[in-house]
Design a protein around this ligand. Structure first.
Ligand SMILES: [Zn+2]
Length: 163
């Protein structure tokens, strides 16, 4: 570590303890040149997971977006941010354990439902209703696209779609 005070890269660790239920190690360090004290956090770096959406599009798995969905579902409910933060951490850990590169969005939705089910019944129902609605709209669009695609090749159906 480069000391922010003097730029020296020589330091010693004064204290080392795990934080955030073992997810990170907090180290108290002291610069050997100027004695400036600072703290560093060490945590496991996760590789980037890609989310495969229903329409086949890919996007980066975004922690803030995941947290945002949970926060929204728990609006005005007696649920602490700390609890939601832990739930997000658990979901991410599970996702990274079971998937190496890509994960279907439906899998993530299922895990969120599972957590909310334990956290708050109202939040759970809210999330499920929004989620299901969204899924249905997608299914609807996909169905229409599939139909019109087929119609383009089938003269009889093409006539049906024109009228
Ligand atoms: Zn220093």
């Amino acid at each position: 570590m480069r000391c922010v005070q003097c730029g020296s890269q020589k330091d010693k660790v004064l204290d080392s303890r795990s934080s955030k239920d073992g997810a990170a190690i907090r180290r108290r360090r002291e610069c050997l040149k100027c004695a400036y004290r600072y703290t560093t956090y060490e945590q496991i770096e996760r590789t980037d997971l890609r989310v495969v959406k229903r329409n086949g599009a890919r996007e980066a798995l975004n922690r803030e977006k995941l947290m945002g969905g949970l926060v929204k579902a728990c609006e005005k409910r007696p649920v602490s941010m700390d609890r939601l933060d832990r739930a997000v951490e658990e979901i991410l850990t599970e996702l990274h354990k079971d998937h190496l590169i890509e994960v279907p969005s439906a899998t993530i939705g299922g895990k969120v439902m599972d957590k909310l089910h334990h956290i708050d019944p109202v939040a759970y129902v809210r999330y499920v209703s929004v989620y299901r609605q969204f899924e249905n709209v997608n299914e609807f669009i996909q169905e229409i696209q599939a139909l019109s695609h087929r119609a383009a090749r089938d003269p009889f159906q093409r006539r049906l779609f024109k009228d």
